[in-house]
Ligand binder design. Structure first.
Ligand code: ADP
Ligand code: MG
Length: 247
């Protein structure tokens, strides 16, 4: 076997995908630029690490399941005045995820709750955290069907192995007794092992009505708010203020 073929074979066996694909180019370049043995080895190893990091990042981003990508840099703090640049900077340090703190964003539609949640989650993915985004509605579906649906089971497994779980839109759709119980069980499991972001259009005082049972609501709130930062977001709807018109 030719040496180049041999290199590619070995690279394949060791999952060195960059080398497998680029062996010819690397050797050519090394010849041309007269690289030292050390330089070549460093180049090969560095390329391999970079490719692995890139692949892992892409996998994390896919698994996070963001409906759209939102950037924190595009969030206009002059429009949404309930949160300060200093608070944003602090959140971007991600220490709250390391220390398993939760975030709650409350407020009426259009004030930027989902934007903030996604953009923080997106930054967390970039920094290497495993993140899962799910709407309350989808979460309920996955919880209820995980025994009969492999897709739901997969989704739940991803949620349970994440460092940050974003639950969007608590309070928009009614929740049954069974669903409230499943939700409580999930929060009980998650609250020691992952940060949770919850966005809701309902104030905490309205969660009892939402979850249907005062004792259960207290238990849920107890766990979520034990280590938690709460943001009451007020103001006008960004959507309404920046309504796009065709004419
Ligand atoms: P909510 O989840 O509170 O209903 P969203 O986060 O979905 O609101 O915001 C609605 C739309 O307005 C989104 O497209 C979002 O990117 C945009 N938006 C909301 N607040 C801001 C803001 N302060 N700066 C820039 N865009 C914003
Ligand atoms: Mg929203």
């Amino acid at each position: 076997m030719e040496k180049l073929e041999q290199i590619k074979e070995y690279a394949k066996e060791l999952n060195l995908n960059h080398l497998r694909i680029n062996a010819d180019k690397i050797i050519e370049e090394a010849d041309l630029k007269d690289y030292s043995y050390q330089d070549i080895l460093i180049k090969i190893l560095k390329n391999e690490i970079e490719l692995k990091d890139k692949k892992a990042y892409e996998r994390r981003l896919k698994y996070a399941g963001f409906p759209v990508i939102k950037n924190i840099e595009d969030f206009d703090l002059n429009f949404q005045r309930s949160i300060t640049q200093k608070q944003i900077n602090r959140l971007l340090e991600m220490e709250w995820i390391d220390r398993i703190y939760n975030l709650i964003f409350l407020g009426p539609p259009g004030v930027g709750k989902t934007h903030l949640a996604i953009s923080l989650g997106y930054k967390a993915v970039e920094l290497g955290y495993k993140v899962s985004f799910v709407t309350m509605d989808n979460l309920m579906h996955s919880l209820k069907t995980q025994e009969i649906s492999r897709k739901s089971k997969g989704k739940m497994n991803r949620i349970l192995s994440s460092s940050l779980v974003i639950i969007d839109e608590l309070g928009y759709l009614p929740i049954s007794r069974e669903e409230a119980n499943l939700f409580f069980q999930l929060i009980s499991t998650l609250h020691e092992q992952a940060s949770i972001i919850i966005t809701s259009n309902k104030g905490l005082e309205d969660w009892t009505e939402l979850l249907g049972d005062p004792a259960l609501t207290t238990a849920v709130l107890d766990r979520i708010t034990y280590r938690c930062e709460l943001f009451n977001m007020t103001g006008k709807s960004y959507r309404l203020e920046h309504r796009k018109s065709l004419f």
